[in-house]
Design a protein around this ligand. Structure first.
Ligand code: GFB
Length: 307
C-alpha cells in the first residue's frame, strides 16, 4: 500500500500513528527548505501524514505570536512543496477547531473555515493553518495531488507537552494536580471554569488519520470531534477525581480564558466513518494520567521538553 511517512513522529499524535518512517526534530528542521527536501528525497514516501507544527495552549499562543506564525507557515509550506516534488500523491495535514472564525454560526462546520477573523488569542496560528488548507487545494488543482486536511478538536493523551505555561489545558492541569497532590498544595486553575471545550483522545486522532490517508479524498476539510462540549470545571473535577485529590482548588479568575466555546458539527465524520467509536473522556484521562505518572516518576524526558 506504499510507504507512509509521518512528520512530528515523536509528538502527541505522531507517536500513536503506525508508519514506515517517523520524522522528528532530530532528523532535521522542517523550517529549513534544504533539509526538508533532502529528507523527502531520501525517504521518497508514497503517503504522508503531516503532524509536525509549532503548537501550544492559550497562553503559549498569546505570548509567541510571531513564532507560531513563522514556524508553522514555513514548516507547512516546505513539507507540502517537498512532498509534491518527490511525487507524493496523498498527504493528510492537520488543522484545528481553534482556527475557525470567532464570530461564527454554531455548531461549527467545515464550510466556515475562512468566514471571518479567528480569535485574537491565536490568530497567527489560525491563519498559518488556514494557509495549509489553501496550499493543499491549490496543489490538488495544479498538480493533481490529493492533499486533504483534517480538523481535530482539542487533542489530549500520552506524549503530550506537560508544560504548565505554554501547554494545553489538560496536560497543564494533570501536571498541576499531580504536584498539588504530591506536595499537599492547592491546585491552581486558570479562569472561572465556565468555558466549554470538546476533547479528542490522541489514539482516536491517530486511527482517524490512518483512515483518512487511505479513504478520505475531499478537498473540503473534515472535523474530527466527538462533539461533546464539557466545561473546564468538569475537566478539573475529572482530573482531581482520578488523582483522588482532596485539597483546595483555586480558580485564578484574573487568568485568560480564550474562546468561550467552539462547538462543532461532527456529522461529516459520523457519515464517512459510521463505525468509529470515540474514547470516552474519563477513560482517556485515566490512560493519560497513568502514562504521565509512569513517565515522570521514571524521569523519562521526551525529545522535546515534556515536563
Ligand atoms: O488548551 P487551551 O490552553 O487552549 O485551553 P484553547 C484553555 C482553556 O482552559 C481556557 C482554561 O479557558 C483556560 O482558562 N485553563 C484552565 C487552562 N487552567 C489552565 C491551565 O493551567 N492551562 C491552560 N492552557 N488552560 C487552543 C489554541 O485554544 O486550542 C491553540 O490557542 C490550539 O491554538 C488548541 O489550537 C487546540 O482551547 O483555549
Amino acid at each position: 500500500m506504499g510507504k507512509l511517512l509521518v512528520t512530528g513522529g515523536t509528538g502527541l499524535v505522531g507517536t500513536a500513528i503506525d508508519a514506515d518512517v517517523k520524522l522528528s526534530t532530530a532528523d532535521g528542521d522542517l523550517r529549513n527548505w534544504q533539509q526538508t527536501l533532502e529528507l523527502f528525497e531520501h525517504h521518497r514516501p508514497e503517503k504522508v501524514i503531516h503532524c509536525a507544527g509549532k503548537v501550544g495552549g492559550l497562553v503559549g499562543n498569546m505570548n509567541h505570536k510571531g513564532e507560531f506564525f513563522y514556524d508553522n507557515v514555513t514548516i507547512n509550506t516546505n513539507v507540502l512543496e517537498a512532498a509534491r516534488r518527490v511525487g507524493v500523491k496523498k498527504l493528510v495535514s492537520f488543522l484545528s477547531t481553534c482556527i475557525f472564525p470567532d464570530n461564527v454560526e454554531y455548531p461549527i462546520t467545515e464550510k466556515q473555515i475562512h468566514n471571518g477573523e479567528p480569535h485574537h488569542s491565536n490568530y497567527p496560528y489560525a491563519y498559518a493553518k488556514r494557509m495549509l488548507e489553501v496550499q493543499s487545494r491549490a496543489y490538488n488543482e495544479q498538480y493533481g495531488t490529493n492533499y486533504v486536511c483534517v480538523v481535530p478538536t482539542n487533542i489530549y493523551g500520552p506524549n503530550d507537552n506537560f508544560d504548565t505555561k505554554n501547554g494545553h489545558v489538560i496536560p497543564s492541569l494533570i501536571y498541576k494536580c499531580y504536584m498539588a497532590k504530591k506536595n499537599n498544595l492547592d491546585f491552581y486553575v486558570w479562569g472561572t471554569g465556565a468555558p466549554l471545550r470538546e476533547f479528542i483522545y490522541s489514539e482516536d486522532v491517530a486511527r482517524l488519520s490512518e483512515w483518512a490517508v487511505d479513504n478520505y479524498t475531499d478537498n473540503e476539510p473534515i472535523i474530527f470531534s466527538p462533539s461533546n462540549a464539557i466545561s473546564i470545571k468538569e475537566v478539573v473535577n475529572t482530573i482531581a477525581k482520578e488523582f483522588d485529590f482532596k485539597g483546595r482548588i483555586i480558580w485564578e479568575t484574573d487568568k485568560p480564558e480564550g474562546q468561550y466555546r467552539k462547538p462543532t458539527d461532527n456529522s461529516k465524520i459520523r457519515t464517512c466513518n459510521p463505525d468509529f467509536v470515540f474514547t470516552e473522556f474519563g477513560k482517556g484521562i485515566r490512560f493519560t494520567i497513568e502514562w504521565f505518572i509512569e513517565n515522570i516518576e521514571q524521569g523519562i524526558r521526551g525529545a522535546e521538553r515534556k515536563f
